[in-house]
Design a protein around this ligand. Structure first.
Ligand SMILES: [Zn+2]
Length: 422
């Protein structure tokens, strides 16, 4: 699809504007509301400010209300305004992106477009059920999951995707309420959900469960499966700088990390080989398929400013909630990398990127410095640095599974001590 940004003039800008009005990110514009209605101005009573002078006072039949030229002027002039991606729309897009955990760039691209479509869904707009080939995705699904979760039904993560687990939860709920357990979330099931809603207090059960599952593993790391996702591959080099490219640097880091994890008794799998670069959804699907306990996605960043530098880690989350374990893992990753290197700490942040959202295990994406910054380039080019980062990621993984009282100070974790304990 075409990317839309500030200054663009395109009919689809008007559609985007209408969507942001609908979502409450732009005020309703009365002038455009009148234009949207193609009826002669007289039919709707008082004329709008711009056309008032040109239009003859209302005739009952509307015949003499406007000449052809005046009509077309009234229709095209405001339409052109609606087609223009102006500052107001730019602000709305950024506010929306912020609220959805997307990258805040003011550009309507595939991710933002998808988020708009999803955000427009309200519970009850459509019949929801489990479809294996085309799962329902949207805010209506999130609302359903949150309601079920608040009542103690296990939906896993409230990720807005109607998957197998949501299906089981819906059927459990239906059975529990004496309804036909057909998995169809239609009017009857929704009415029952609404009826019970007031009697239950919300408790973020999905977050609690994720933690419980993790603690149930105990401090043993043996057999734990870590999925490693080198951010790029094949024809896709990612960010490049002189002889350095993101694909090759992260492939090197991925194989170092794989070796370190395997040597420590963990299972490690790369979600793709060096000759391909699958979509984010495909990467997530592969990690789910191998039953990974954790996923680490490896990237570097670039910026228009040579000043931008440092390491950031991202986990699944948005304004209404986040993956508690994902966040903890992201914080550990940041802590361990920063303590072992001289990189700037750009902290951990929640995002709703496809990879983070579609993975069923705690997942993080690491942006390991900027290939547009001299300091970071020098670091990334050195094998010692990449070895230190692999070590940091191993330590963060181990810490995630240690009860807090056994957690030694940052930078001091030694693999043999953990292995001896388990
Ligand atoms: Zn990348």
């Amino acid at each position: 699809m075409k990317l839309l940004r500030l200054g663009d003039r395109d009919p689809s800008v008007a559609e985007a504007r209408a969507a942001f009005i609908h979502l409450g990110f732009l005020p309703v514009a009365p002038r455009q509301a009148a234009v949207a209605d193609n009826a002669p101005v007289t039919a709707t009573g008082p004329a709008t400010a711009t056309t008032a002078g040109a239009v003859t006072p209302a005739e009952p039949d509307g015949q003499t209300s406007a000449t052809e030229a005046e009509r077309s002027a009234a229709e095209t002039e405001p339409a052109v305004t609606a087609d223009l991606f102006d500052r107001e729309l730019d602000n709305a897009v950024r506010a929306f992106q912020q609220s959805r955990g997307l990258s805040v760039d003011g550009i309507i691209g595939p991710d933002t477009f998808r988020a708009i479509e999803e955000a427009r869904r309200r519970l009850g707009d459509r019949l929801l059920y489990f479809s294996v080939t085309h799962p329902f995705v949207g805010d209506d699904v999130t609302a359903l999951q949150e309601r079920l979760s608040n009542m103690g039904f296990d939906v896993g993560r409230a990720d807005g995707i109607f998957g197998a687990r949501t299906d089981v939860a819906v059927r459990d709920f239906q059975r529990n309420r004496g309804l036909d357990p057909d998995g169809l979330c239609g009017p009857r099931t929704l009415r029952e959900l609404k009826r019970l809603e007031r009697t239950v207090t919300g408790g973020r059960q999905d977050v609690l469960r994720e933690s419980v599952r993790l603690l149930a593993r105990g401090p043993s790391l043996l057999g734990m499966v870590v999925a490693i996702d080198p951010g790029h591959g094949g024809d896709d080099p990612g960010v490049t700088s002189g002889p350095l490219c993101e694909r090759d640097l992260m492939a090197d880091l991925a194989s170092r990390l794989e070796a370190r994890l395997l040597a420590s008794g963990l299972e490690a799998h790369l979600v793709h080989g060096p000759h391909e670069s699958p979509s984010e959804a495909e990467r997530a699907a592969r990690a789910n398929e191998i039953g990974a306990d954790l996923l680490v996605s490896l990237h570097v960043d670039a910026s228009g400013s040579i000043q931008a530098q440092g390491v950031s880690t991202y986990y699944y989350g948005h304004a209404r909630g986040s993956s508690a374990v994902g966040e903890r893992f992201a914080l550990l990753v940041q802590r361990e990398i920063i303590s072992r290197t001289d990189m700037v700490d750009c902290r951990a942040h929640p995002k709703t990127w496809e990879l983070l959202r579609r993975t069923r295990m705690p997942a993080v994406q690491i942006d390991l410095g900027y290939l547009t910054n001299a300091h970071d380039v020098a670091a990334l080019a050195s094998t010692e640095f990449r070895a230190a980062v692999a070590e940091a990621l191993l330590a963060a993984t181990q810490r995630l599974f240690l009860p807090p009282e056994q957690d030694p100070p940052t930078g001091q974790l030694r693999v043999p001590r953990i292995a001896a304990r388990t």
